[in-house]
Ligand binder design. Structure first.
Ligand SMILES: Nc1ncnc2c1ncn2[C@@H]1O[C@H](COP(=O)(O)OP(=O)(O)OP(=O)(O)O)[C@@H](O)[C@H]1O
Length: 590
């Protein structure tokens, strides 16, 4: 992944976030965006036009020109009548555009995350950043164009009013123009405050969101309510959201102060402009000045509010752009090479500086056709070793060699294509059966025959045969028409994905932990029967599954303490025997 030296965050401001809002709107619909801008210009010029017409109207009253009076009255009436409906039309178009733009932004985020390598996804800061960008799409970045429209309406309206006032009195026009400055300064100040608080706020919100997910998602909520502790998690959720609210209110205080101050200064400048007009101008100018002051204040307030929202969103725009930039380009699918040997040499890895190393010089190897096992007590380092093999973790020293080549030198996609890895926490993808299994194969869509073959090999064909819609059955009973399946059946679906993938190196971390004894026997028997064309590495806690392994590596405290075949290890009477003594005693007594 490319390392970035300069964060675009530092350069985000109202202008760049407006540009981002405009670009997303244009991408979602160029026609609607053009339409909204056209209407916007018309509606924004109405206040200025109103000022000019009122000045003429007052003039015609004093000169007694009845024709001009009638025209002026009709003009003012039309302006007043048209303003609100046109403004509403701009807003309605704006909403339509932002809902499309949000869909695009959610899509962009999903694609960016999909392009991230597992090693990047494992980092907590990546998860925080993704969550923050996702939240912002629903709250700020997704609505930017609406604020751009409102800000433009306010700014064009204020400029129109200023120009109208300039025609009566230059000083007064300048004062109206100056009235926009406090609002802009307040926006910039808020932008800086927001930027400082955004990262800690995202972390707090993610925790609140996580707790809420626990108590609102079907599976976890059912488990918690069965335990009778759902209310406790609900209370934690509420408390965490209150923590978020307290944190946010620290932002609201400076926001309020800055906006009140800006409002007071704006009001004073508008009042001064009005005073100049009333004291220096004839009746028409003064009357127009009153209208201008009201219209100008309204336009500037609206522009200020929208500019404030744009300023508030700008750090989020920065994070959004940075995340998309940091995500690598989606790599073209790589054909898996034939692998005749995989080796791990002296792997060392620590999760942090204080804990003892999770891997302390682990070396192992496997050749095509071999089936090897990693065993050891909980916390020995088996999953860490597996993650280093597939590249989800980078060892601090040592390396993984595929066909003798250092795997760190391979392209990410090339390396991932080598492995079919089934983790302990395999995914329960609540999709149609064909999609849930088909996700194993990125290179092509699988035919029904391919899917049936993978399901059969994973002992899952009977499960699907019993479903009314077969391969088209929706998995998961939280969905309308969806089917709930057992834990072991979910694991068989996950194993079917690995058969569908058919990679040259299979890494199966306790692949049968939830599967019944009969099916487990079948699964292992088939793995042995079909092992010739691949390398199979299995993590297992069950003694009998280890008997036919070509080699067993015994891990303890991050080091390999023994290796050999089952019989050799039993004969040695060492750590392996101690680890599996109770299981071997049971099988002997059976
Ligand atoms: N994400 C993590 N952050 C910090 N420490 C971790 C993390 N994951 C694992 N560890 C620690 O690293 C060591 C090795 O863990 P690992 O998950 O590799 O063990 P394992 O042999 O797979 O255990 P099990 O049989 O329970 O699956 C343990 O001490 C564990 O507490």
């Amino acid at each position: 992944m490319p390392q970035k030296t300069k964060s675009p965050l530092s350069s985000q401001n109202v202008f760049t976030s407006s540009l981002f809002g405009f670009r997303t709107a244009w991408r979602s619909s160029a026609a609607l965006t053009t339409c909204s801008l056209g209407l916007l210009v018309v509606v924004s010029l109405l206040p200025g036009l109103q000022v000019v017409l009122i000045a003429r109207l007052v003039d015609s009253v004093s000169t007694g020109d009845s024709g001009a009076l009638t025209t002026g009255m009709i003009g003012v009436a039309l302006c007043v009548a048209a303003t609100e409906p046109l403004a509403q039309a701009v807003r309605a178009l704006g909403y339509q555009i932002v809902s499309r733009a949000r869909a695009d932004l959610h899509g962009d985020l999903a694609h960016a995350v999909a392009a991230m390598p597992p090693s990047m996804l494992r980092r907590p800061e990546t998860v925080d950043r993704v969550q923050s960008v996702k939240d912002a799409i629903s709250m700020q970045t997704g609505y930017l164009y609406l604020n751009v429209l409102l800000a433009l309406q306010g700014i064009i309206g204020a400029i129109g009013v200023c120009l109208a006032v300039f025609t009566f009195n230059v000083l007064s026009g300048l004062l109206v123009l100056l009235a926009a400055l406090p609002v802009y300064l307040a926006s910039s100040y808020l932008n800086r405050v927001q930027d400082r608080m955004d990262a800690p706020l995202a972390a707090l919100s993610r925790r609140a969101g996580y707790l809420e997910t626990l108590i609102t998602h079907q599976r976890s909520a059912t488990e918690l309510n069965s335990l009778g502790t759902g209310q406790r998690v609900a209370a934690w959720t509420a408390a965490q959201y209150h923590t978020v609210a307290d944190f946010e209110s620290r932002l609201l205080r400076p926001l309020l102060k800055a906006q009140i101050l800006a409002g007071v200064v704006t009001g004073a400048l508008i009042a001064a402009a009005l005073l100049v007009l009333v004291t220096e101008q004839a009746t028409a100018g003064a009357a127009a000045g009153v209208v201008a002051a009201v219209a100008g204040a309204g336009a500037i307030r609206s522009a200020g509010f929208s500019l404030g929202s744009l300023a508030e969103a700008s750090p989020r725009v920065g994070r959004h752009l940075q995340l998309l930039e940091d995500a690598p380009e989606p790599a073209p699918q790589s054909e898996a090479p034939a692998v005749h040997k995989i080796e791990a040499v002296d792997l060392r890895f620590s999760y942090d500086e204080v804990s003892p190393p999770a891997l302390d010089g682990v070396s192992l190897s496997a050749r095509r056709g071999e089936m090897v096992a990693l065993v050891g007590p909980n916390g020995a380092g088996k999953t860490t070793a597996v993650n280093c093999l597939i590249g989800a973790l980078d060892p601090s020293s040592g390396g993984v060699f595929i066909n003798g080549q250092n795997a760190a030198q391979l392209e990410e996609a090339e390396r991932l294509a080598v492995f079919g890895a089934l983790s302990q926490e395999f995914g329960r993808f609540e999709l149609r059966v064909r999609d849930a299994v088909g996700l194993g194969q990125p290179a092509r869509a699988l035919s029904d025959d391919d899917l049936a073959d993978a399901l059969t090999k994973a002992q899952a064909a009977d499960v699907v045969a019993a479903m009314k819609s077969g391969l088209d059955t929706q998995l998961g009973d939280q969905w309308e028409g969806g089917v709930g399946i057992s834990g072991g059946q979910w694991q068989r679906m996950a194993l079917a994905r690995i058969y569908a993938r058919n990679a040259p190196v299979w890494i199966l971390d306790e692949p049968t932990s939830a599967i019944d004894a009969e099916a487990e026997y079948e699964v292992f028997a088939r793995l042995h029967r079909t092992r010739a064309d691949r390398i199979t590495i299995v993590v297992s806690h069950r003694a009998w599954t280890l008997q036919a392994m070509d080699r067993i590596y015994v891990l303890d405290n991050g080091s390999i303490v023994e290796s050999g075949t089952f019989d050799e290890l039993v004969a040695a009477g060492g750590r392996f025997t101690a680890l599996f003594r109770s299981q071997m005693a049971t099988s002997t007594s059976d």
